[in-house]
Design a protein around this ligand. Structure first.
Ligand SMILES: *Cc1c(COP(=O)(O)O)cnc(C)c1O
Length: 231
């Protein structure tokens, strides 16, 4: 299982899917999702030119960033606990998992203290699955409007994680729903809100996500191989 080969193959699939959607390959960035992956393989992925590393846990990210520095962007994709926010605003280039106003307020406060403007995506639970994080689709626009005035946050777009299906085609309606939500929010032209990013698509369904407009795909197993269970 060669990480660099995997990345090359994924890039080709990404470029073909982007073409089908009428976009250049450069319109979609590859995030390598590193949960449970050892440092050597992460460094190989960096060497192979992934644009972004995706982290689910703040503490794990801190250790890696201390060791590896910033050869590419680091994004937070996991559930963010309020008591970890003060570290998160110093570590990450973007946070994909903003799904509630109290978290936004804490991020804004801590970003101000750190002297920076934090880029965020609003995570939307399109299917309304109880076990998943993310704001329900019907409430997402209200959350965007509420977060928009917070001066040390910058909304860059939306993120979603659809239900798991064997057939990636079944995820398509959820990706499409996120794109349509993006279009409705864009049409509102809310002050300080940019809708440039759609973070959607994982190992099993990233080609479909790109056909529906993804600008960041988050790929773990496709890059690094199957994860060890119970980790
Ligand atoms: C683990 C994870 C991924 C990657 O999943 P794979 O199926 O390994 O590609 C993407 N997004 C989030 C939020 C994750 O937790």
């Amino acid at each position: 299982m060669d990480v660099a080969d995997n990345i090359r193959r994924i890039r080709e699939t990404m470029a073909e899917a982007a073409r089908r959607f009428g976009r250049p390959a450069s319109a979609v960035r590859l995030m390598a999702v590193t949960k449970t992956v050892d440092d050597d393989r992460i460094l190989t992925a960096i060497g192979a030119g992934v644009e972004i590393l995706g982290e689910n846990y703040v503490q794990e990210a801190k250790r890696k960033i201390d060791k590896m520095g910033n050869p590419c962007e680091w994004h937070m994709i996991g559930r963010l606990q309020t008591n970890k926010v003060k570290y998160a605003v110093r570590l990450f280039d973007m946070i994909h998992s903003l799904d509630r106003l109290d978290l936004a307020q804490e991020l804004d406060r801590r970003a101000r203290a750190a002297g920076r403007v934090m880029k965020v995506l609003i995570e939307v639970n399109v299917a309304g699955e109880e076990t998943k994080s993310g704001i329900p689709l019907a409430s997402a626009r209200d959350l965007v409007r509420a977060v928009a005035p917070l001066e040390n946050l910058s909304i860059q777009g939306l993120m979603t994680m659809p239900p798991w299906f064997d057939d990636p085609e079944e995820a398509r309606p959820f990706f499409r729903a996120l794109r349509e939500l993006r279009d409705r929010i864009t049409a509102e032209a809310i002050d300080r809100v940019e809708m440039r990013e759609l973070s959607m698509g994982m190992t099993g369904d990233y080609a479909v996500a790109i056909e529906e407009g993804a600008t960041i795909v988050r790929i773990g197993r496709g890059v690094f191989g199957e994860r060890t269970p119970n980790m």
